[in-house]
Design a protein around this ligand. Structure first.
Ligand SMILES: Cc1cc2nc3c(=O)[nH]c(=O)nc-3n(C[C@H](O)[C@H](O)[C@H](O)COP(=O)(O)OP(=O)(O)OC[C@H]3O[C@@H](n4cnc5c(N)ncnc54)[C@H](O)[C@@H]3O)c2cc1C
Length: 478
């Protein structure tokens, strides 16, 4: 019987050390040519109808959608550093239709609503494809789908259940046995697979962020970079946003600040924890190396362990290989130094060569980490503050490339004040279970991490701690 990996093998570790010898410690996507020149920081006093705080996908999509809804609306986007520098420009580039961090999580939490959420998520993905084409965004958008792979026999019933659940919603996933999945992508570790052929696209996230930035500018959005907002307060009938060198008086605002310290709206601290996720990028594969693994359909892939890897091909046939080690630094610290974690990179590289022994000798070109805005229900939550003048969305928990656009629509609906199908969703109206305050928060998260790893080693059996969290609706993921 196959089993999930428990630790790096000696061969894997040796190969890993060699393969990481010349790695660049920066996100691959952000290390390309084509980054736009930064926009000027906000200086002095500005006004606008709508201010968007944060230049990740949440902020960019919201600003663009606001202009699409009403080209006359005066929209100001304030980004603390550079547009797309954070999670949005350094992720795996899996652009998924799922708004709920996967079907199983959605069914668990919002069962009756899942047909609507599935439909809205697919519509959102289609509209992202349309926007990429309409604005000529050169981000390698490929509608390849995603293949979940089982790396242990005990995981196979889970794949069959997932296939049945997807079919019940009208999906048409392909359930593959070991031979079938290896015909798609060849790893000796595979026991089976489930390929959702149209629920996910692969893209280059930095180029998407840069393209959305340009689309925003072309639509008339005023963008200021290096303009961290330090305070949001009520002013007359609207809001005042202070930055280091300026301020803006606006009618309404949107918060798309991701995992960063939620000082602008303290209640977010209840629901969010910053969790680091790490990734490697290989050098481009030669034709022979690519032939040794197959991958003709270029679908995104991920295994279904609690500690899972996600991986995909780039346009020039590199492999991005990330995940597995979701790290919470006690106290919820976010520092640039934590973007690098050599022990995690070695483990990831070692697992890579266990998965694809045919690629022994391949080297990694880039290694990086980034912060994921994690909440206990694994999918975004939404809300308003300042008497409906400020809307926020966060908590995508590692699946926000597409869900951020849906969140933009939700926040604009909420600011509009009229109920819509989106604002009436239980997913939009409810909140995740809050995390306990520190230092209990750190203890709970570290205990959960080790229990999840133990469950993977134990044929998926969840211990008393995980079962208790399941009952409370509390979870931890990247
Ligand atoms: C390594 C990694 C891999 C991932 N892989 C995937 C994947 O394959 N598929 C997927 O769907 N999701 C993935 N994700 C998650 C996805 O990247 C995020 O869900 C998404 O990018 C969140 O976008 P955002 O705009 O909300 O946040 P961010 O991209 O973090 O942007 C927030 C922005 O707000 C700015 N900001 C913060 N505070 C202020 C302030 N006070 N004033 C002004 N600006 C401020 C920040 O500078 C930042 O630019 C991954 C994440 C990571 C880290």
């Amino acid at each position: 019987m196959r089993s999930t990996r428990t630790s790096s093998s000696a061969t894997g570790t040796a190969l890993a050390a060699d393969s990481l010898g010349t790695v660049r410690p920066v996100p691959y996507w952000l290390d390309q040519s084509g980054a736009p020149e930064p926009a000027l920081a906000l200086r002095g006093a500005a006004t606008a109808d709508l201010a968007v705080v944060g230049g990740g996908f949440t902020g960019l999509w919201t600003a663009l959608l606001a202009k699409e809804r009403d080209p006359a609306r005066d929209v100001l986007l304030l980004e603390g550093r550079r547009v797309g520098w954070a999670a949005s420009g350094r992720n795996g580039g899996f652009c998924s239709a799922s708004l709920t961090h996967g079907l199983a999580n959605g069914l668990d939490r919002f069962g009756a609503e899942m047909p609507a959420l599935d439909r809205l998520g697919r519509q959102n993905l289609a509209e992202i494809g349309d926007a990429v084409a309409r604005y000529s965004i050169d981000c390698g958008f490929e509608r390849t789908g995603e293949m979940m792979v089982a790396t242990a026999d005990w995981q196979l019933p889970g794949l069959a259940d997932a296939a049945a659940a997807a079919r019940a919603l009208g999906g048409d996933p392909v359930l593959l046995d070991a031979a079938g999945v290896r015909a798609e992508l060849d790893s000796p570790t595979y026991a089976g697979g489930l390929w959702d052929r149209d629920g996910c696209a692969m893209l280059d996230p930095a180029r998407l962020a840069w393209g959305l930035r340009q689309a925003c500018l072309d639509a008339g959005v005023r963008i200021h970079e290096h303009s961290p907002v330090t305070r949001i307060s009520r002013a007359g009938g609207g809001l005042r946003l202070d930055t280091r060198q300026g301020s803006a008086r606006v009618a309404q605002a949107v918060l798309g600040t991701g995992a960063f310290p939620p000082s602008l709206l303290r209640r977010l601290k209840l629901w969010l924890v910053p969790v680091y996720d790490y990734a490697l990028m290989t050098e481009p594969l030669s034709a022979g190396q690519l032939a040794s693994i197959g991958w003709a359909h270029r679908q995104g892939a991920a295994d279904i362990s609690n500690q899972f890897h996600y991986y995909r091909l780039t346009a020039d046939n590199r492999i991005l290989w990330g995940g597995y080690d979701a790290v919470y630094y006690n106290g919820g610290r976010i520092t640039a130094a934590q973007d690098q974690r050599p022990a995690t990179f070695t483990m990831l590289a070692s697992n890579f060569f266990e998965t694809f022994p045919q690629l022994a000798g391949l080297r990694f070109s880039h290694a990086w980490g980034g912060v994921v805005d994690t909440c206990a229900r694994f999918c975004a939550f939404y809300g308003t503050a300042h008497d409906g003048r400020l809307a926020y969305a966060a908590g995508y928990t590692g699946l926000g490339v597409a869900a951020t656009r849906f969140a933009g629509d939700v926040m604009l609906d909420l600011l509009g004040g009229e109920p819509t199908e989106r604002t009436e969703l239980d997913m939009v109206r409810s909140k995740p279970v809050p995390f306990p305050p520190e230092p209990v928060r750190s203890a709970v998260i570290q205990l959960t991490r080790s229990s999840l790893a133990r469950a993977d080693r134990n044929q998926g059996r969840r211990d008393l701690w995980l079962r208790t969290l399941d009952r409370l609706g509390l979870g931890f993921d990247s």
